[in-house]
Design a binder for this molecule. Sequence first.
Ligand code: ADP
Length: 640
Amino acid sequence: MSSLPHPPLRPAPPAASHGWYWMLPRVAVVLFLLAITALIGWLHEQDREDQRQAMISDVLWMEQDLRFHLDRNAELMAQLGRERLERQLDAYAFELRARNLIANGHGLVAVEPQDSSVVDDPDLAGPARLASQLGRPVYLPPHLIGGDVHFDVLVPLGSDEGWVRGRYAISQMLAQSIPWWFAERYKLDVIDNVETVLASKSKVDARQDELSYALSFDPPGHGLRLRVTAYHTETRLLPALLVATIVCLAMAMLWSMWALRRHLARRLEAEQALRAEHAFRSAMENSLVIGLRARDLEGRITHVNTAFCRMVGWSERELMAMRPPMPYWAPEQAEEIRALHDEILQGGALSHEAIELKFVRRNGERFDVLITEAPLVDADGRHVGWMSSVQDITERKQAEELYRQQQEKMAFTGRLITMGEMASTLAHELNQPLSAISSYSTACLNMLEHGQADAGELREPLARMNAQARRAGTIIRRVHEFVRRSEPKRLPCSLNHVVEEAVGLIEADARKRDIRISTSLAGQLPDVRADRVMMEQVLLNLIRNGMDAMADVDAGRRRLLIQTSADGSGVQVAVRDHGRGIAPDLGDKLFAPFFTTKPDGMGMGLNICRSIVELHHGRLWYENADGGGTVFIMKLPIDA
Ligand code: ADP
């Protein structure tokens, strides 16, 4: 298919015009993403909460452990103190036992007995009394010794009987009491109430956003707190896998939706382009003045354009699937069209060859159409039917008819002019037989009056009279036939006969001008299909032109030869004169209307002759004859 230029195609309008259902997938995707994010967030929070709970229980355990060690140390110190008080231990033994206690004491760095003089120490008096009153150890505020934070404990041995004073180094306590697995997971700090770190289990800092928990470190109290920060949150495999799977699936879903959307957009674009192309082609087809009709292999109409519907007067809906005989076939041609139709369907179609037919409109009006049939081949190269272009040629036919009538009128006028010019000669020609008849009849009458006439004597003048009357009749018939106005009838006719008739008409004129007309007629000349009178008119014109051309030449040269001959391509008549010839610069001007070199000429003769010959699908031309003069040749195709 040839590509025709057509207007640029516009892109598809935005999806908004497709309605709310186009928004639904987007909203669903956004909601889905929100739900997935919320789920992942919730799972993450849940995980952190679990880890936080685990951390809290670890911290509580650790705090319990520390408290246990502090309480146990206090008990051991009380026992040691009491034994010293009851004199079971001397100073050396106490020292040994105290060292032993310090060695396993979970941060304990010093143990020493305190007697009642302690109440004189302003720093220790209060706590010592409090411990005695409560009957349990009292811890003193932390203080710095040599860069390390320490705190003391006063363990009462009875009411104001004595005390044992223990000292803990917090960093040592942490180093000795915290198990390795705890230190691996968490950073442990001992902080005061203004968040100053007094001691740490590890020097490695934890990240800020990691889990952290603080609880008061009591005992020893005094605002001390234990702060635990997880080094890293543990990622559990199953939930992580689950989340990863959900994220992957969500991504895959988003990708497939995006791909689907892109595919849809492309399809929509292609559809739009196709629609625009279709609309453009339909518009082109509908603006055609030529009717288009498609038929399937069984002759059913499968498509018609607007021009065809306008031509025949049936709507597209009515014409669709119509089968022959079609209502627009002219009844008088129905059989012929049917045969043609069947021939086309059988594949013997005269494809690309135009056929002229008569169609009838729905209102009964007849019109001429020119139909060109061609096989309809689909995109796969299959022959699926027939495509016809139907052209209304009524106007052309009418114009042709008008032209033909004008030509005919012109030819008729031409004949009248010729006759006008020949009138005096013909009158003279007719006068001869008429005066002969008159003389013969006078002689016969005289013979009858004088009683001399017998049948034998009368026979001869009467026979001559008859011959002269026949001659006059022939002349009149020829003139009558020549000028008679009738429809051109193209019938098989012999050009030899036409030549004889024409010569019969003009020979009187030729005689008058001292011109000798001779003929050389071919025997067995094939007939041509022509209007005899028109052919005679052509010949008469050529003969008269030849005679005019010889007006100035010597009487001895005034010879005109008419020759007929035939070859494979047609029959021809040549009219050869011995006149002055035709100047080479005149060329085809001779055949133009109103071209003449004669003072009284009209210049229409050759123009009419050429029109007549061409009407008969023949050719008229001239050549310079050997030995001077011109030969005009008319060639007509043989009547098939
Ligand atoms: P008309 O005879 O009225 O002039 P035609 O159309 O018959 O018109 O001829 C046109 C011109 O062609 C003539 O005037 C003449 O000059 C030239 N012509 C025609 N036939 C011959 C011929 N046989 N020999 C020379 N000239 C010719």
